[in-house]
Design a protein around this ligand. Structure first.
Ligand code: HEM
Length: 420
């Protein structure tokens, strides 16, 4: 019953558990180790700040290895994780990010121009193609041409596989009959790898060149001993950013519109702010509030206990998995009065708290793309609201459904766009 609840009513199931058991409880799903859901801010703080050898978030994400490769910061723990993370972080520093803003706006304008007007369409697939173009441009600096076309096809194929239930099987059971989806996946991956490795080699030959693209930052990055990253390391981190940065942002944008179109007062205040050219404070609050109310990842990565750790007065032994719940802490009425209401004003008065607003997780694993994602969301919403009126395509709120590890609007965010 827990497995059915977890998969079919992801948020309702969590709410019900909290009503019954309080802020922490154990969930047992079929064919998985049990895990403990945590949502008390003090306990979240203890988990996010635990020493790297005590909790291992990397273990729970191993399932992604075929897609991202073994050096991905998503999969590593302890020293290996921190040294890869230090190589990746400079790509997201302020100046490089500002260098990407105009590109994001251009891609957004191009894509939005082609969206249908005057009829109800699911916005999610459109946001997916928009964020895919953005991440390809941010990572490789590619805006058009045959290599971009080939990369787009190869990546879409790999990501589709990542979204299918097959990808959740252990490797040994993926290809029982030789050919099939797994073999096809390996073919697509080989094509993607070829393209990515040629990009890396060309950048190395050209040097950093001063562009804001993420690949340039990785080519220029140095390990602590002064050596450059290997081609394989760069490849794995680039794949990680492509995978982590595309679907999440698209779905979060779809949710933002789904919520905005159900909250006329919020929407008109936002449109006014955008028209006045003074969109920033209210836009920022809208984005933070949509990440609070509809976090696309309901929880941070599960942390596997490696050494006994006391959290909230309970001693957890090795092999237990701790799951920081963004959904629950962000819907806690003691922290957010009227937690189910869409009220960006709450973030005009104060910034989100480190352990009460965790759509990007926390501690040394916090999402490296958090600022990039919020920048992208703000630009896309701004460009959209400038040229079109938006309204809901169906009555009432859209239900929350699980899609691999994300939760999406059940009807893809049915939206009607009308030219302004
Ligand atoms: C709205 C969009 C996004 C959301 C909601 C989101 C959310 C998250 C969450 C919850 C984690 C796990 C953190 C933890 O367990 O403590 C994470 C990790 C990560 N995210 Fe994001 N993310 C988004 C966009 C992006 C983008 C745009 C990029 C890159 C371009 C990115 C790259 C990563 C990476 C590399 C990690 C792993 C960090 C590590 O293990 O050290 N994400 N993200």
């Amino acid at each position: 019953m827990q497995t059915v609840g977890w998969w079919t009513r992801p948020t309702g199931f969590l709410d019900r558990c909290r009503r019954r058991f309080g802020k922490k409880f154990t969930v047992r799903l079929a064919a998985q180790d049990p895990f403990i859901v945590l949502s008390d801010p003090e306990e979240l703080k203890q988990v996010f700040t635990a020493p790297p050898d005590v909790l291992h978030p990397g273990e729970g994400t191993r399932i992604l290895e075929p897609i991202v490769g073994p050096n991905s910061i998503l999969l590593l723990d302890e020293g290996a994780h921190m040294s890869q993370r230090k190589l990746v972080l400079p790509a997201f520093h302020g100046e490089r990010m500002r260098g990407l803003e105009e590109m994001v706006a251009e891609v957004a304008r191009e894509q939005i121009r082609s969206w249908p007007r005057g009829e109800s369409v699911p916005i999610h697939p459109r946001m997916q193609s928009l964020t895919l173009e953005v991440i390809l441009a941010a990572v490789f600096g590619l805006r058009s041409g045959p290599r971009l076309d080939q990369l787009r096809v190869a990546l879409t194929g790999m990501l589709d596989f990542g979204m299918s239930p097959l990808s959740l099987l252990p490797p040994a059971r993926r290809a029982p009959f030789g050919r099939g989806p797994w073999a096809r996946f390996l073919e697509i991956r080989a094509r993607a790898d070829e393209l990515i490795y040629s990009e890396i080699r060309e950048r190395r030959d050209q040097g950093d060149g001063g562009g804001s693209e993420i690949i340039n930052s990785l080519v220029a990055a140095r390990h602590e001993d002064g050596s450059p990253m290997t081609d394989v390391e760069i490849h794995d981190e680039l794949m990680t950013l492509l995978v982590a940065g595309h679907e999440t942002t698209a779905t979060q944008l779809a949710w933002a519109l789904e919520r905005l179109t159900r909250a006329p007062a919020v929407l008109s205040r936002l449109v006014e702010a955008v028209d006045d050219g003074d969109g920033d404070p209210y836009m920022t609050a809208v984005i933070r509030e949509s990440l609070r109310l509809r976090p696309v990842l309901l929880n941070a990565a599960p942390r596997t206990v490696k050494k006994p750790i006391e959290v909230g007065g309970v001693l957890y032994e090795p092999r237990v998995h701790l799951l920081p719940s963004a959904w629950l802490v962000q819907h806690d009425p003691e922290i957010y009065p009227e937690p189910y209401a869409f009220r960006p004003e709450r973030f005009l008065e104060s910034d989100p708290g480190t352990y009460t607003w965790i759509p990007f997780g926390g501690g040394r694993r916090r999402c490296v793309g958090a600022s990039f994602a919020q920048m992208e969301m703000a630009i896309v919403l701004r460009e959209l609201l400038r040229v079109s009126e938006v309204s809901a395509g169906v009555e009432g709120p859209e239900a929350t459904v699980r899609r691999a590890i994300t939760v999406t609007p059940a009807r893809g965010g049915e939206t009607v766009l009308t030219a302004r």
